[in-house]
Design a protein. Structure first.
Length: 178
């Protein structure tokens, strides 16, 4: 089914799809500023991007799940098309070692991983189930078993606040630019 053919189960009209630019989503800047981009494989990163955009647009329920199932494979394909296979394998191995639990790369399996890591929370309202991004994300050091090298890299990244955290400044967010 194509997005324009989607009809919600409750019979309501979904309206036009909202275009969201990743650079406008605070939660995506927070994800990279906290250092998560280095520790999760492209599948988990792509799922986080899609969920962050759904939360940014305050979409929940059946429409949210439709969008996630529709946008996740497109995001993974388009954003990570040039990702070198050896780098992808390295990141996947590192994450499997640091996470320490088996996981499925299905839509629901990836959502479970993000919830388990504290990067996504479930909620319910009149529209049904929703997925939201917490106000503050945990550090990878709080949720993964990192070796000394990875801990040192994470500490080094924290000192780069002038580039990685600047988008979290409320004044910058309010203006929408630097």
């Amino acid at each position: 089914m194509k997005a324009k053919e989607y009809k919600p189960k409750d019979g309501s009209e979904p309206g036009p799809r909202i275009r969201v630019y990743y650079s406008d989503v605070r939660e995506i800047h927070l994800f990279t500023a906290k250092g998560w981009a280095r520790h999760v494989p492209p599948e988990i990163w792509a799922m986080y991007l899609v969920i962050a955009c759904q939360w940014h647009s305050r979409i929940a329920g059946d429409l949210m799940w439709f969008n996630i199932k529709d946008l996740y494979p497109k995001t993974l394909k388009n954003l990570f098309a040039g990702y070198p296979p050896d780098k992808r394998a390295e990141v996947t191995r590192r994450f499997s070692r640091e996470y320490g639990k088996p996981y499925k790369t299905t839509v629901r399996g990836l959502v479970r991983v993000l919830v388990d890591l504290g990067l996504v929370e479930r909620y319910w309202d009149e529209r049904g189930e929703g997925l939201k991004i917490p106000e503050d994300l945990p550090s990878p050091a709080d949720k993964l078993v990192l070796d000394e090298v990875e801990l040192a890299i994470l500490e080094w990244r924290k000192r780069l606040t002038h580039t990685s955290l600047i988008w979290l400044d409320p004044e910058v967010q309010e203006r929408g630019y630097l």
